[in-house]
Design a protein around this ligand. Structure first.
Ligand SMILES: NC(=O)c1ccc[n+]([C@@H]2O[C@H](COP(=O)([O-])OP(=O)(O)OC[C@H]3O[C@@H](n4cnc5c(N)ncnc54)[C@H](O)[C@@H]3O)[C@@H](O)[C@H]2O)c1
Length: 258
């Protein structure tokens, strides 16, 4: 098959959790530009709808639905709405993240709240979305982890900034997600569902100048990720061009960890 046809997402229904967030918007845009029908699932439906409308204004087929992945009934309602409005699901980009913990010394309740959404809730939405995909013949899951799920923090990046110590929950659940990817690859193979993980480096988001100076000099690419960097990888993993990529964790960090 021609590679342009392999990469084409026309006819594929794709859900992006947290699709109105920083990396989420780029992921939605890339998948929409490749021809997919993309659903943003977000807690704040009004904001998600505004983001979806802005993409529709650019000619992309983007929609919004509400979900709080920490609430089982909300996940079940999302599942019902996807089936009612779109009839199937081909791709789930598991991208949402809650950030209730700000640093090492936060109360332990903040760690528990993070696990409620980023571990238990995430497993819930993964399983329910895979149930839809399994029933329509298979699909592709793309878990978004982080390079911080693969190693400890580089504390020198935060020297002479007021950014504090990175929170431990983020390292815990992102590390877990990378190995959960491998588990799901084996368990979901009979349902014809591929499962991969992408571990990005930092996205440029107007971080403090001193942080940028500390970070950028260590990156062979010389910069943080920009809004286009994640798009191609998403299209590859979502599409038939990625049909033989399965159980993989792909580091996307501009060479920082080479
Ligand atoms: N931003 C970065 O520099 C960076 C770097 C590496 C990896 N990542 C990864 O990218 C992914 C997205 O991160 P981001 O920086 O874009 O985050 P973000 O905070 O900008 O967006 C996260 C989204 O998740 C949503 N969310 C939070 N709790 C939710 C819940 N209970 N139910 C449903 N949605 C919920 C938020 O509303 C938000 O839209 C995460 O998996 C993160 O680990 C981000």
């Amino acid at each position: 098959m021609n590679v342009k046809d392999l990469l084409n997402l026309k006819g594929k229904v794709i859900l992006v959790s947290g699709g109105a967030g920083s990396y989420g918007k780029s992921i939605v845009e890339g998948l929409g530009e490749a021809g997919g029908t993309v659903i943003i699932a977000s807690r704040d439906l009004k904001n998600a709808e505004a983001v979806a409308q802005a993409f529709r204004d650019k000619g992309l087929d983007v929609h919004a639905l509400q979900v709080d992945q920490g609430v089982h009934e909300s996940v079940l309602l999302l599942k019902k709405e996807i089936l009612e409005s779109f009839g199937k699901l081909d791709v789930f980009v598991n991208n949402a993240v809650a950030r209730p913990m700000k640093g090492y010394d936060d109360p332990i309740e903040n760690f528990a709240e993070s696990m409620r959404i980023n571990a238990t809730g995430m497993m819930d939405i993964l399983r329910e979305m895979c149930h839809i995909m399994g029933n329509n013949g298979g699909g592709s899951v793309i878990n978004i982890s982080s390079m911080m799920g693969m190693k400890g923090p580089d504390l020198s990046n935060y020297e002479e900034t007021d950014m504090g110590t990175p929170p431990p929950d983020y390292f815990f659940h992102n590390g877990g997600l990378i190995n959960l990817t491998r588990y799901l690859t084996k368990v979901l193979a009979p349902k014809n569902i591929r499962v991969n993980c992408v571990s990005p480096g930092g996205l440029f988001n107007n971080q403090p100048a001193r942080f940028l100076e500390n970070y950028n000099k260590k990156v062979p690419a010389g910069r943080l990720a920009n809004n286009d960097d994640i798009k191609g990888l998403m299209v590859l993993l979502a599409s038939d061009a990625g049909a033989y990529i399965n159980g993989e964790n792909i580091l996307m960090d501009g060479g920082l960890n080479a």
